[in-house]
Design a protein around this ligand. Structure first.
Ligand SMILES: Nc1ncnc2c1ncn2[C@@H]1O[C@H](COP(=O)(O)OP(=O)(O)OP(=O)(O)O)[C@@H](O)[C@H]1O
Length: 586
C-alpha cells in the first residue's frame, strides 16, 4: 500500500511506494541511547520523534527510518548536514548512524512547520507581513545553502519550521533528503545542464515549472522559484490553482496538474497582490541555469514592502502575527488596492483614482480583465469552480486506473541521482549493494549507448567479483534503470529507430526470434536456462535500443522467477553481448 506522509494527509506532501514484502517492526522504545517520545511527524521514508538522551537528557528530534526502506532518505541527508552546520536557520546534527535495523539522525528539536501553523490559523490567506518575513528568511537560507554548494530541491511549507523559544522567530530549513550538490566538490564547477528530460524531484505544488513540467535539471533558480510559488500560494484564497484538488492520484491527474501549472501566467497568479510577488516570480523564471540569484536585493525588496505596508518588525517571523500598525502607509490606499502598481514614483492618490475611473470606462471588450476591478474576482471564482468541477471529474474518472506511479509526488527512481560522497558504503550496505546502486544511478544519467555499454561491463565485473552471483534488489535496480534508459527516446543523442513487432502489452517473458517476430507460446521455454540461452544467442542481432530493452526486461524477469536468482554462464554471456551491441549501436 502507498504510505502516506503526515503532511500529505491535509495538504502538500507526498505518497511513496513501499515494499510490501518487508514487514516493518514497531519502533523501539530506546534507540541510540535516546528514549523515543512523541511522534512529531511521519514522512516519506520514516518518522520523526521527540527523543531524550538517556544520560545527558538532551532533547532532540530523531529521524528514524527502517534500513530496508527502498528509499532511505537519511542516507542522503546525512551527507549534507556537515556542509550546512553553523548556518543561521540550519538544524544542528547531533548524532547519526544505524542501530539494529534502524537508521537515525539526531537533529535539533524545532517547532511547528509553516504548513501546520497556517492550517491551524484557519485563515484563507496569510497576512502580508508574515509572508514578507518568510520571503526574507527563506531566501536567506537558500543563499546560505547555495553558498555551500547545495540545492534544497524540496522547498515547501512543511519543510520550513520555526525554532523553539528563544528561536521561535527564526525559520529553519529541514528535510535535506532531496538535496543535491550543484558544485562538484572535486572540480569546484557548477554541474552541467542537460537537454535530456529527467524525472522530477520535488513536490507537486511548488517545484518550478522548468523542473516539474519540462524535466529540466534543477539549479539555484529553481529553489528560488519554489519560494516565489510558495509565497503566492499563501496570499491566494484557496491557494495556487493546481493545488486545489489535492495530490493527483493518477498519471492523468498529474498531467492535468502539470498543464495547469505550466499555463498559469504570473500576472494571473499574482492579480491583486503587491507587484513584488509577480516581479519575483518573473525574475526567477528569467534566470539562466548557471546564474547566481541576487538574494540580497530580494530580501531588501520584501523588507521594504513589509515596512511600507505598515507591518512592524523586520525579518523575524512572529506568530500569531501582531496587529498591523495603524500608521499612515507610505503606499497610497488606491495604489495598494490596485496592487500591481509600482511601489514608488506612482501618481498622487487623487490622480490615481481618476485614472482608474477612466480605465473602467474604457471599452475593452467583455473578456478583458481590468486591474483592480473586483467584479473580475467573482468571475475568477466562477471559472475556478468550473475548473475544479471539470478536473474533479477527470480525477474521479481516472482513479480506477491509478497505478503506483500515479501516487508519487516525489520520484523514487531518480532521487538516487546523488552519487553520495566517496566510495565507502554506508554501514548498513554491502560493498556489492553500494556499487550496484551507484551503477544504477549512473545508468539513469547516461545519455548515450557508449556510456551504457561501459556501465553494463562494470555491472558484469561487480557481479563476477562477488562470491554470490545472486541478483539482489540492487541488481534488479540496475536492470530496471537500464531498461528505462533504453526505452526512453529522449535520452539518446543517437537513437536507432528500428521498430520491432512486439506489442506494448507483451508479457515480460515473451521473446522474439532473430527476425524480430514474437515466438509462439509453444516455442517459448519457461525454463530460465532456455530463455537466457536464447537471449544470449539473439543479442548480437538486436538492431535497436527498444529491442535491447525488451531483452533486458526478459532477462530480469526470468531471473527473478528462477529459484536461485543467480546469473548463470549464459547470463553473463548475454550481458557481455549486450555491452558489445550497445557499443555497436552507439
Ligand atoms: N527537527 C525537527 N523538530 C521538530 N519537528 C520536526 C523536525 N524535523 C521534522 N519535523 C516534523 O516532522 C515533519 C516531517 O519531517 P521531514 O520533512 O524531515 O521528514 P520526511 O518528510 O519524512 O522526510 P523525507 O522526505 O526525507 O523522508 C516536519 O514537517 C515537521 O513537522
Amino acid at each position: 500500500m502507498p504510505q502516506e506522509s503526515a503532511l500529505s494527509q491535509e495538504s502538500y506532501d507526498s505518497y511513496s511506494e513501499s515494499d510490501e514484502s518487508i514487514i516493518i517492526p514497531p519502533f523501539p522504545p530506546v534507540l541510540a541511547n535516546h528514549w523515543l517520545g512523541e511522534k512529531l511527524g511521519s514522512g516519506y521514508s520514516g518518522s520523526i520523534f521527540r527523543a531524550t538522551h538517556i544520560h545527558t537528557h538532551q532533547t532532540v528530534a530523531l529521524k528514524v527510518q527502517h534500513i530496508s526502506h527502498e528509499n532511505l532518505t537519511n542516507r542522503y541527508e546525512r551527507n549534507f548536514y556537515p556542509m550546512i552546520q553553523g548556518g543561521v536557520g540550519m538544524p544542528k546534527l547531533w548524532a547519526q548512524g544505524v542501530e539494529g535495523c534502524w537508521d537515525y539522525l539526531a537533529i535539533d528539536l524545532l517547532g511547528s512547520s509553516l504548513d501546520s501553523l497556517f492550517r491551524k490559523s484557519g485563515k484563507e490567506t496569510m497576512d502580508l507581513g508574515s509572508v514578507c518575513s518568510i520571503a526574507m528568511q527563506v531566501i536567506s537560507r537558500l543563499e546560505f545553502m547555495h553558498s555551500r554548494g547545495l540545492l534544497h530541491r524540496d522547498i515547501q511549507l512543511g519543510n520550513c519550521v520555526v525554532g523553539l523559544p528563544p528561536n521561535d522567530k527564526l525559520i529553519y530549513m529541514i528535510d535535506f533528503g532531496f538535496s543535491k550538490r550543484y558544485i562538484d566538490p572535486y572540480t569546484h564547477r557548477h554541474i552541467p545542464d542537460s537537454k535530456a528530460k529527467r524525472d522530477f524531484i520535488g513536490n507537486y505544488w511548488f517545484t518550478s515549472v522548468g523542473v516539474h513540467c519540462r524535466g529540466k535539471v534543477p539549479s539555484r533558480r529553481d529553489d528560488l522559484e519554489a519560494v516565489a510559488l510558495m509565497l503566492i500560494h499563501l496570499l491566494t484564497p484557496r491557494g495556487l490553482p493546481w493545488t486545489r484538488h489535492g495530490v493527483p492520484k493518477s498519471d492523468d491527474a498529474h498531467d492535468l496538474l502539470k498543464r495547469t501549472k505550466k499555463s498559469a501566467r504570473p500576472e494571473d497568479l499574482c492579480r491583486g497582490l503587491p507587484s513584488e510577488f509577480e516581479e519575483f516570480l518573473r525574475y526567477c523564471r528569467r534566470l539562466k541555469f548557471y546564474d547566481q540569484p541576487e538574494y540580497g536585493k530580494w530580501v531588501e525588496e520584501f523588507r521594504e514592502l513589509k515596512k511600507e505596508q505598515g507591518y512592524p518588525g523586520g525579518e523575524e517571523f512572529v506568530w500569531p502575527p501582531p496587529e498591523r500598525a495603524k500608521v499612515r502607509m507610505v503606499r497610497p490606499p488606491a495604489a495598494a488596492a490596485a496592487g500591481t502598481l509600482r511601489r514608488s514614483g506612482g501618481p498622487p492618490p487623487e490622480d490615481l483614482r481618476r485614472i482608474l475611473d477612466d480605465l473602467k470606462k474604457l471599452e475593452l471588450g467583455d473578456n478583458r480583465q481590468i486591474l483592480g476591478d473586483r467584479s473580475n474576482v467573482k468571475e475568477a471564482v466562477r471559472n475556478a469552480q468550473e475548473d475544479a468541477r471539470r478536473s474533479r471529474g477527470a480525477v474521479e474518472s481516472n482513479t480506477t486506473q491509478t497505478t503506483d506511479k500515479g501516487t508519487r509526488s516525489r520520484t523514487t527512481t531518480a532521487d538516487t541521482d546523488d552519487d553520495g560522497d566517496g566510495d565507502i558504503p554506508p554501514p548498513f550496505m554491502t560493498m556489492k549493494a553500494y556499487k550496484l546502486s551507484k551503477l544504477a544511478t549512473q545508468v539513469s544519467k547516461a545519455t548515450d549507448n557508449r556510456v551504457l555499454a561501459t556501465k553494463v561491463t562494470e555491472f558484469i565485473k561487480v557481479m563476477k567479483s562477488n562470491t554470490s552471483r545472486t541478483l539482489t534488489k540492487d541488481g534488479f535496480g540496475f536492470l530496471d534503470a537500464l531498461y528505462k534508459q533504453l526505452t526512453d527516446p529522449d535520452v539518446f543523442v543517437i537513437a536507432p529507430p528500428m521498430r520491432t513487432s512486439r506489442s506494448k502489452g507483451a508479457s515480460a517473458d515473451e521473446s522474439h526470434n532473430t527476425n524480430g517476430t514474437r515466438t509462439s507460446d509453444r516455442e517459448r521455454s519457461n525454463a530460465k536456462l532456455g530463455v537466457v540461452a536464447r537471449l544470449r544467442s539473439e543479442v548480437g542481432d538486436a538492431k535497436s535500443n527498444k529491442r535491447l530493452a525488451d531483452m533486458v526486461r526478459d532477462f530480469g524477469s526470468v531471473t527473478n522467477r528462477s529459484t536461485g536468482r543467480t546469473i548463470t554462464k549464459d547470463g553473463f554471456a548475454f550481458l557481455e553481448g549486450l555491452a558489445k551491441q550497445l557499443e555497436a549501436l552507439a
